[in-house]
Design a protein around this ligand. Structure first.
Ligand SMILES: Cc1cc2nc3c(=O)[nH]c(=O)nc-3n(C[C@H](O)[C@H](O)[C@H](O)COP(=O)(O)OP(=O)(O)OC[C@H]3O[C@@H](n4cnc5c(N)ncnc54)[C@H](O)[C@@H]3O)c2cc1C
Ligand code: FES
Length: 339
């Protein structure tokens, strides 16, 4: 049975742009040429067949919703990563991939914002920030954008030409590239530390930060913002991986009984097992994409007692109705689960 949250639509890749040695942008359109509806900062979850195994991964849109005929995602190779390597090695114009509808709440509309925006990113974390900048500029919003991007060297700057073009075209867009190695005097050399943060952001007046990047970068930006007295209600972050992987599972021997009546499944959920793992082991067609409480793909409705570590992407209404993210939930009683 398909639920609204697990509906996939084939999107056909119409263009590939190699950005750096280890990243590329892929543009997609709908098979029927229909228009896309999304908010800048949202992501798509793709279903990818890698050697006969279906894998699900989220990729933030780097395109602007104001040009809805197509969408683009920008993918960076992760060392040893199954899907990023597969897509960068195989995905070309003409190939179709099933994708879920755009989702996510790392958006300008879902968070308190001001007109002084700091879009701070590193590595592949540039994607949602780029989408926001493109949308704000394309729709002529009354904002000032300071786009701060960190990378190892000039060769590692993703969407380098687009960033330079925005910087040249718009008075209300300012680009700062922080590169570990650079001879270009327009760039800042080094890594984002307290003195550099203070130089770039001399005061906190009315500024909003949206930040995305590798876990250590995000932790550094958050710490620097806190230490500088930034109003953390105006600090918004998107993680591509779980920031806290420190919780180790300890086998307790306790388990609960669960049923998924839609699929005629009855199964056990161990006390320290994620509900997602238990659903998958029972053959319930739940989708685990990020597996870290970030993307929302594994959402399901639960009756019973659950302890959950993430409710990201769930609305207050969904939480009230009993929806949880199964990857971030553990059972504390017998459960009834619906997808
Ligand atoms: C909401 C959301 C948006 C995302 N947007 C983008 C995007 O715009 N562009 C993009 O390139 N990726 C993005 N990602 C990450 C993407 O979904 C995959 O996780 C990534 O491509 C790695 O998948 P993989 O199958 O290659 O690696 P896997 O086989 O899943 O993992 C291999 C190893 O790499 C580690 N790992 C997984 N992901 C990362 C990562 N991002 N950085 C470092 N180590 C990692 C894993 O912990 C594991 O040890 C996003 C993730 C989320 C949740
Ligand atoms: S799989 Fe992404 S939130 Fe659970």
């Amino acid at each position: 049975m398909q639920t609204e949250s697990s509906t996939f639509e084939p999107l056909v890749c119409i263009k590939r742009i190699d950005e750096t040695a280890d990243s590329a942008t892929f543009e997609f359109k709908k098979l029927d040429d229909g228009l896309f509806e999304y908010k800048a900062g949202q992501f798509l979850t793709f279903e990818v067949d890698v050697a006969g195994e279906l894998e699900y991964r989220a990729y933030s849109l780097s395109s602007t919703p104001s040009q809805p005929e197509s969408v683009a995602v920008t993918i960076k190779r992760v060392l040893g990563g199954k899907v990023s390597n597969y897509l960068l090695d195989h995905l070309q114009a003409g190939i179709a991939l099933p994708a879920m509808a755009p989702a996510g709440v790392f958006t300008l509309q879902d968070n308190p914002t001001t007109s002084e925006l700091l879009l701070m990113s590193a590595g592949s974390g540039i994607t949602p920030c780029m989408s926001m900048a493109r949308w704000l500029l394309d729709t002529k919003q009354a904002v000032n954008i300071h786009f701060i991007y960190s990378a190892r060297s000039e060769d590692d700057v993703i969407m380098a030409n687009s960033l330079i073009a925005l910087n040249e075209q718009y008075d209300n867009f300012r680009l700062t590239r922080i590169l570990e190695q650079t001879n270009n005097t327009d760039d800042m050399q080094g890594i984002l530390d307290a003195p550099l943060f203070e130089k770039l952001i001399p005061d906190n007046r009315g500024r909003t930060i949206f930040t995305c990047g590798p876990a250590p970068y995000m932790q550094a930006v958050e710490l620097l913002a806190e230490q500088s007295g930034f109003d953390m209600d105006l600090f918004h972050k998107e993680s591509f991986v779980a920031l806290d992987n420190s919780k180790e599972l300890v086998a307790s021997g306790v388990s609960y009984q669960a049923v998924a009546p839609q699929y005629g499944k009855s199964f056990k959920v161990a006390e320290n097992q994620s509900l997602l793992d238990a659903l998958e082991a029972a053959g319930v067609p739940v989708i685990g994409a990020c597996r870290s409480g970030v993307c929302g793909a594994c959402k399901c409705k639960v009756t019973g007692e659950i302890e959950t570590t993430s409710q990201a992407t769930l609305t207050a209404e969904q939480i009230a109705q009993g929806y949880v993210l199964s990857c971030s939930s553990k059972a504390y009683s017998d459960l009834v689960v619906e997808l």
